[in-house]
Ligand binder design. Structure first.
Ligand code: HEC
Length: 72
């Protein structure tokens, strides 16, 4: 019997697992990129009724700086 903390994955293990899944979905996946993620965060998408919104519409320009990461 192992106590639970010994079974937990490290951040590197979690990233490795996500990379495996991403490669299965897209063989051209070339690793994680903060710039690409930032682009995605700011990209506008159209929601029915609401209109064009992006992640920033609800989570603020930089969600790391907010204690409550939602716009009211
Ligand atoms: C229409 C408003 C809205 C938009 C747009 C939106 N979110 Fe969210 N997001 C929420 C709400 C509300 C929650 C909390 C849901 C809950 O706890 O059940 C949430 C939760 C999350 C969480 C989980 C946070 C946590 O601490 O558990 C992540 C990560 C997240 N959103 C990322 C994103 C990303 C990335 C985008 C853009 C692709 C995005 N969100 C767009 C409203 C939004």
């Amino acid at each position: 019997m192992c106590p639970a903390p010994l079974l937990a994955d490290t951040p590197d293990q979690i990233l490795e697992r996500y990379a495996e899944l991403a490669k299965q979905e897209d063989p051209a996946f070339a690793g994680f990129s903060a710039d690409h993620g930032h682009e995605l965060y700011l990209q506008k998408r159209v929601l029915p009724i609401v209109g064009a919104i992006n992640c920033d519409s609800c989570h603020m320009p930089d969600p790391r700086e907010e204690i409550i990461a939602h716009k009211t």
